[in-house]
Design a protein around this ligand. Sequence first.
Ligand SMILES: [Zn+2]
Length: 459
Amino acid sequence: MKIGLEVHVALTTETKLFCGCPNKVVKEPNTETCEYCIGLPGSKPQLNAKAVECGIKIGLALNCKFPPEMFFSRKSYFYPDMGKNFQITQYEIPIASGGVMHVNKKPIRITRINLEEDPARIVHVGTITKAEYVLLDYNRSGVPLCEIVTAPDFAGTKEVRNFLQELSSILEYLGVYDPNIEGSMRIDANISVAETRVEVKNISGFRDVEKALSYEIVRQQNMVRLGEQIVRETRGWDAVSGVTRSLRAKEGEEDYGYIFESDLPRIVLEKGKIGHIRKQLPELAAQKIRRYQRMGIAEELAVAITTEPSLADMFERVSREVDTQLAARWFAGEIKKTLNYSNLRMKETGMKPEYLVKLLKFIETGKLTERTAEIMLREIVKRPEDPEAILKGKDIVRIVDETALMEMIKAVLNENAQAIIDYKSGKKEAFNFLVGQVMKKSQGRGDPETIRKLLRSKL
Ligand SMILES: [Zn+2]
């Protein structure tokens, strides 16, 4: 089995690819448009230099080669999502080509990287098969897309998922892509179980990729088993029904009648400029993980911290001030968990590094137990505030006072006669159960070490 991908990534430039309209997601349809991006006759494109820079960054990160110069072409087709009946894209000379990306040590060849404009968004009123009419939103028309084309190097859906996760991380670290924008990564896949290649278009999101590919693989395998002929065609992924449907017999690239886009100049890609961009490339997740490991951080913690650039960035600022291991454990564990639970990324919280420094220092110095620190963390992720101020208004400081803890232990032992019997008959877990009960009674504030010590003496 062979799978190849075409990944379309919406670049996060300020403006669109060929006009000055803002490149942002707005609810109100058809408000961020101009003569060019709705395709009025006579309007001319102007190339966004920042988008070219993004393309170069991606090419560099994926170990590609660059042509000395490039140009754009018109891909002609008639469809309402492109008012001028052609899309400006790259065909003859892509911005970058011949790259490679390693996923779990397996090389995946990057055939080419193109820049192109996104068409308008088509909204089917009702379901895609039953809609009586469609609506068009030209806000998306002209958004810069980077198309990343791989060789058919994937042997299964798991490899595809790992590749997309890694690619998404690289693009986010490069600062050219935002995975939180809906539909910012759309995938077409070529799948051949036997000889014939079938293209599945318009898959968005990682989870859908696995579903769409699995469906298509099983469909083709069944046809082979029944001795049926697989047709070379383009199929669409219907995410609602979870099936692929035939869209059209596969057209060849030549059917699009590519012609040179004469309204745009040829673009020279100077070696010096590419070298300059290379020097400014940020550290990517894979490099960060290696550096963290050199700092003595376990690989699985390093991987967890680097899944999101703003989390890694915050970790680096905080870990300078507190114990590195404690910070690593908390960032990979409790902090990440709390963010995930609130469906937030670190950069969206408005968190200040000094707040997390203070919180971790409370644990380091024993002012808070890890349990109460977790509770405080949840508060400051929701509403960033100085942990010291929160501490003043609350009774959450760690309890080490032995008299107070002993009172709680006595109460717990009174309530749990069976656990004492179990403990005395040699059941170790009964002891941990009793410690847990005392912790609960202290509302998470009791110092676990002192509780263990006192409980042992009491038993
Ligand atoms: Zn425009």
